[in-house]
Design a protein around this ligand. Structure first.
Ligand SMILES: *Cc1c(COP(=O)(O)O)cnc(C)c1O
Length: 365
């Protein structure tokens, strides 16, 4: 085998998504043997001292970034955000209780549908009549009396909307699916009862599901639950009741260190705002492109837009592909284009896309 220089194109995929290049380089460098260990992270026991350090450091760095203190457990699970759609109500929704769900897109609907298998679900807000092109206003939230929790999808990956901040739901635990925007900006942990997300968008590779849960909530799941589906078991065993996804946790740890080395979440937010503003300005400039999400609800992570015809949209995606931009086709349920620009997506890629959009408009406008 020879090593040839690798050409990377601009990857706008919604997930699994682009990872920071220094992370990939370090993983590549240490793949044959971790320094001082002499074995690859793929080959060591999940109970070894070396992996203890990797998991401990990843958790400590995540806590440093988010400010999550001892009152929260950090859990490294599997099954994706989709499994959390079930685990959340199994653990937190008593059979005679009610949970509130805000419907802001297809993922939120899936979460609510899963919860309805375990208890009563109240839809506390929905923007479905506007095709989910905005998030609900805070004062429109109708939280039930005695609600077990309020579930919010912080960033709606498919339609491209994002809550500007989290709604105040008082003492009711706030449960947030943050699969596509966790760590894109500073976070006030005290507002959250539970945050979850698949790692493959903004945090690392596929195969790892991150859960940050307030310790008292983790104890609520009944003992009758399947062992692997109880938060309390994962917490008690520090995510190692069984074999966790070791390689994904290792890569997640490298991403956490990359975030810290690059100024943490405040710096990420500044960069993310700059990247998103460039794209939205390009979309708004003339009317040739139309933003899918309403202003005020536009996502920093998934920028969605349409052209005047599907024919032109197909052409856009084809020509963009030829120009070295991958992953711009919108989700099949909404059509159009979607540029996912997570933390690791380089600013130079956004600038290149903006230039391509101007040229495409000049030729086809
Ligand atoms: C991608 C995504 C999911 C599904 O994640 P899986 O890890 O594939 O189960 C759920 N919610 C949101 C907001 C997503 O973006």
């Amino acid at each position: 085998m020879s090593s040839t220089p690798t050409h990377r194109i601009f990857n706008f995929s919604a997930g699994p998504a682009v990872l920071p290049e220094p992370v990939l380089e370090e993983a590549q460098r240490d793949l044959m043997a971790l320094p001082g260990v002499g074995m690859s992270v793929l080959e060591i026991s999940h109970r070894s001292a070396a992996f203890d350090r990797i998991l401990g450091q990843a958790e400590a760095d995540l806590r440093a970034l988010t400010g999550a203190g001892d009152e929260y457990h950090v859990l490294f699970l599997q099954g994706g955000a989709s499994q959390q759609f079930a685990m959340v109500p199994m653990n937190l929704l008593p059979p005679d209780g009610v949970a509130d769900y805000s419907l802001t897109g297809s993922w939120a609907k899936k979460a609510a549908a899963e919860a309805a298998k375990f208890g009563r679900v109240n839809i506390c807000a929905t923007t479905e009549e506007e095709a989910f092109t905005r998030v609900p206003a805070f004062d429109g939230l109708q939280v039930s009396d005695g609600s077990a929790y309020v579930h919010v999808t912080s960033n709606n990956t498919i339609v491209g909307t994002q809550w500007p901040s989290m709604p105040d739901v008082g003492d009711t635990p706030l449960v947030v699916d943050a699969s596509s925007d966790l760590l894109c900006r500073p976070i006030d942990m005290t507002r959250y009862g539970l945050i979850y997300g698949g790692a493959q968008k903004n945090l690392g590779p596929a195969g790892l599901t991150l859960v940050i849960i307030r310790a008292d909530l983790a104890e609520r799941g009944p003992e009758s639950l399947p062992t692997m589906l109880r938060y309390a078991v994962a917490a008690k065993n520090r995510s190692r009741y069984n074999t966790p996804p070791v390689f994904a946790i290792y890569l997640f740890g490298l991403v956490m260190r990359w975030l810290l080395d690059n100024g943490g979440l405040a710096a990420m937010e500044t960069r993310n705002r700059r990247k998103a503003a460039l794209l939205y300005e390009a979309i708004d400039r003339t009317g040739f492109y139309r933003g899918t999400a309403q202003t005020g609800s536009r996502s920093l992570m998934n920028v969605t837009f349409r052209l005047s015809s599907e024919e032109l949209e197909r052409r856009f995606v084809t020509e963009a592909g030829e120009a070295g931009f991958s992953g711009l086709k919108g989700h099949r349920s909404v059509g159009g284009q979607r540029a996912s620009i997570y933390n690791a997506f380089p600013e130079s890629g956004v600038e290149a896309l903006v230039a391509f959009m101007a040229e495409f408009e000049r030729v086809h406008g």
